[in-house]
Design a protein around this ligand. Structure first.
Ligand SMILES: *Cc1c(COP(=O)(O)O)cnc(C)c1O
Length: 398
C-alpha cells in the first residue's frame, strides 16, 4: 500500500466489493461499477424469499412502490432532493426522451432546444428526435472537448426562443464539472427549462437539486451507483412542476389508479406520472446496497476521496507519462470523478491494457479515460494501472 491508501479513511470499504482481492486494475467504474458483495446475498434472498415465496403478492407488499421508495432514497442520499420528486423507471435514454418531451411541452411557442456538441451521444440523438417530433430546431453549443459548457457559452446560446437546455453535470469525456446553479439560473433568466443529465456525477459528486432550483434531471444507476448492467435510471421533477408535467409514454403504471383499468389515461398525482410500464424490480436491487454504503459515509466524504484519486492520477501521469496530455480540467473544482489523458497510440494501448487485466476506457480522440470509482478504487491500483500504461506505450513506440 502507498501512504495515500494508509491515510485514506475510506480504504477499508474497498473490501466490500467483489473482485478487489485480485490484481486486476479496474479504472472503468464510471461505465459499470463493481458489484458489492452483499448484493449477491440480496439477489439470492430476493429470488428465494420475495419472488419465490411471496409471488404475485409481492406487488402489493412492496414492489409497486419501489420506484418511489428507491427514487426518494437516491434523492436523499445523492441528489439533495426532498421526497416525492424522484422516481426510478426506464433506461436513461428512455427517461431522457420522456423528460425532454415533458420540458418542451412546458414551453409552448418556443422554438429551440439548446445542447452542446460534446454531450453524450444518446442525449444529442434524443434531443434531435424530440426536436423533429415537436417541430423545433437544435441550437448547438461548440465546446472544447477537454473542458465543457461555461456560463459564457450558454449565455450566447439561450434567448426568448429557447424552450429547453440539455446539459450534463459531468462531461463523459473530459469530466468537466458544470456549474449547475449558475447555468440553471442563466437558462431560467431566458425563460427556458433545464434538463440535467446526472449519469456521470450521481454517487460521485454531491449535489443540491432543490437548492439549485433545477427543473428536471435524469441519471444512471449502473455507474457510480453500482446497480449492475442495465440497472434502471431515475428522473427528478421539481415539485413546483409536478402538477403541470406531462410525458408521452402514457402507460398504466403512471396513471392514477392502475388497477382500476379505466377507459382512459389520467396521470398519477406526483412524480409517479413519469412512469409508464411495470417497474424493473430486480434491476433496483443492487443499487440499494450502494446507496446504503454511500449513506454510511456521506457524499462529501465520497467526493473528497474522488478528488484525491483524480489528483493522484494526474500527478502520477505527469510523472510517469510526460508524453501524454491531460484532457480533463486541472482544477479539481471543475472536475468530476474521472480523468482523461491523450496520446496518439491510446487506442492500441487500451486493447493491450485490457489483455493485461488493466481496464480503463478509450474515448476518441486518443483519450485514455480513467474512471476512479471512489469507494472501490485504491491509490495503489491507480499507480499500478499507470505503470502498466507506461510499459504498454513503451512497447508500442519503437
Ligand atoms: C452512461 C450515460 C448514459 C446512458 O444511457 P443508457 O440509456 O443507460 O444507455 C446517458 N447519458 C450519459 C451522460 C451517460 O454518461
Amino acid at each position: 500500500m502507498t501512504d495515500l491508501d494508509a491515510d485514506d479513511p475510506l480504504a477499508h470499504l474497498r473490501d466490500h466489493f467483489v473482485g478487489t482481492d485480485s490484481d486486476l486494475v479496474y479504472l472503468d467504474g464510471n461505465s459499470l461499477g463493481r458489484p458489492l458483495r452483499v448484493t449477491g446475498e440480496r439477489l439470492r434472498a430476493f429470488v428465494e424469499q420475495e419472488w419465490g415465496g411471496r409471488l404475485i403478492r409481492g406487488w402489493d407488499e412492496s414492489w409497486f412502490l419501489m420506484p418511489e421508495v428507491v427514487g426518494d432514497e437516491i434523492g436523499r442520499v445523492c441528489l439533495g432532493a426532498a421526497p416525492g420528486q424522484t422516481v426510478v423507471g426506464d433506461s436513461t435514454t428512455v427517461l431522457l426522451y420522456k423528460a425532454m418531451r415533458a420540458a418542451v411541452a412546458l414551453r409552448p411557442g418556443r422554438t429551440e432546444i439548446v445542447v452542446d456538441r460534446d454531450n453524450f451521444p444518446t442525449d444529442r440523438y434524443v434531443a434531435d428526435g424530440v426536436a423533429r417530433e415537436c417541430g423545433l430546431t437544435l441550437r448547438w453549443i461548440d465546446v472544447d472537448t477537454s473542458a465543457g459548457v461555461t456560463a459564457e457559452l450558454l449565455a450566447e446560446a439561450v434567448g426568448e426562443q429557447t424552450a429547453l437546455v440539455v446539459l450534463s453535470h459531468v462531461a463523459y469525456r473530459s469530466a468537466w464539472l458544470a456549474d449547475v446553479p449558475a447555468l440553471t439560473q442563466l437558462a431560467h433568466d431566458a425563460g427556458a427549462v433545464v434538463l440535467w443529465d446526472l449519469s456521470h456525477s450521481v454517487g460521485s459528486v454531491p449535489m443540491a437539486l432543490d437548492a439549485w432550483d433545477v427543473d428536471l434531471a435524469v441519471g444512471c444507476t449502473y455507474k457510480y451507483l453500482n446497480g449492475g448492467p442495465g440497472a434502471p435510471a431515475f428522473v427528478y421533477v421539481a415539485e413546483r412542476l409536478l402538477d403541470e408535467v406531462t410525458q408521452p409514454v402514457q402507460g398504466w403504471m403512471g396513471a392514477t389508479d392502475p388497477f382500476l383499468m379505466g377507459p382512459t389515461y389520467a396521470p398519477a398525482g406526483g412524480v409517479r406520472r413519469m412512469l409508464s410500464g411495470t417497474p424493473p424490480v430486480v434491476g433496483m436491487l443492487g443499487l440499494q446496497d450502494m446507496l446504503a454504503l454511500i449513506d454510511e459515509v456521506g457524499m462529501d466524504a465520497v467526493r473528497a476521496k474522488s478528488v484525491a484519486l483524480t489528483e493522484h492520477a494526474i500527478a502520477t501521469s505527469a510523472d510517469l507519462l510526460p508524453d501524454t496530455t491531460l484532457a480533463s480540467p486541472r482544477d479539481a473544482e471543475r472536475r468530476g470523478g474521472h480523468v482523461t489523458i491523450n496520446h496518439p497510440l491510446m487506442r492500441e494501448a487500451t486493447a493491450e491494457l485490457w489483455r493485461r487485466d488493466v481496464i480503463p476506457d478509450y474515448r476518441d480522440p486518443h483519450g485514455l479515460r480513467l474512471g476512479l470509482s471512489p469507494l472501490s478504487t485504491s491509490f495503489a491500483e491507480v499507480t499500478r494501472g499507470l505503470e502498466t500504461v507506461r510499459e504498454v506505450l513503451d512497447g508500442l513506440t519503437p
